[in-house]
Design a binder for this molecule. Structure first.
Ligand SMILES: Cc1cc2nc3c(=O)[nH]c(=O)nc-3n(C[C@H](O)[C@H](O)[C@H](O)COP(=O)(O)O)c2cc1C
Length: 202
């Protein structure tokens, strides 16, 4: 299924065609594509080139590894994410390697890496669904995540599936219109709250 963004201005197809499904096809992701997804994340920009990220992978052809990532999601997310052939946990390093000082852009940079991974996924015909609904403490314990590192999100990845496989409320959400706030409501110039002239027509 495709759910392209209805944009106010043209954007690249890789961005227009991205959306977050909850129904995934059972088809496994080809190993070469898995490598490309992770490589795309690796080449994200980061503050001081710190690369303050780690990814814990579970794929369905490795059932024990898959199950250990799945159990770190909250129950609601486990319900639908278990249809995805690949799960990830993203982990942020909250301190700089060289001096242990707090890295306040670590979450930002993990997000950038996921943006890269997301664009690569779309290019490969894959989609992903990111999740704040994880159990960071369980992840820390299950994977022995070191101090100073924190699980940030879960991510379900795969080829889009049939929404008819979802229970009622989720199926409706899968088919609902995708919406966004207008850019004019959050793009300012001059002072906070004053819309950039280009967008307000002034
Ligand atoms: C950081 C992050 C956390 C999210 N957490 C969840 C989640 O726990 N469960 C869920 O079903 N969707 C989650 N989502 C998906 C968002 O609800 C979804 O991206 C948003 O509704 C926009 O839809 P779209 O991605 O299809 O454009 C999350 C997305 C992001 C980026």
């Amino acid at each position: 299924m495709q759910r392209p963004a209805k944009t106010d201005f043209p954007i690249h197809d890789l961005l227009r065609e991205r959306w977050s499904p909850r129904a995934f096809d059972a088809r496994l992701i080809e190993p070469a594509k898995v490598k490309s997804l992770l490589e795309a994340a690796r080449w994200a920009a980061s503050s001081y080139n710190e690369q303050p990220w780690a990814f814990i992978v579970g794929t369905k052809d490795q059932p024990a590894q898959y199950a250990s990532v799945l159990e770190c999601l909250i129950e609601f997310n486990q319900g639908w994410a278990r249809s995805a052939p690949m799960l990830l946990l993203t982990v942020a390093h909250l301190q700089f390697e060289k001096n242990g000082q707090p890295n306040r852009h670590a979450y930002h940079d993990v997000g950038l890496a996921m943006g890269n991974l997301s664009a690569q996924a779309t290019a490969e015909g894959l989609l992903l669904h990111q999740m704040a609904g994880i159990l960071p403490d369980r992840a820390k314990q299950v994977f022995a995540i070191p101090d100073g590192w924190e699980a940030v999100t879960g991510v379900a990845i795969g080829y889009p599936g049939d929404p008819a496989t979802l229970p009622d409320p989720l199926r409706e959400r899968e088919l609902a219109e995708r919406t966004r706030k207008p850019a004019a409501s959050f793009v300012f110039a001059g002072k906070w709250g004053t819309t950039l002239g280009l967008l307000s027509g002034k």
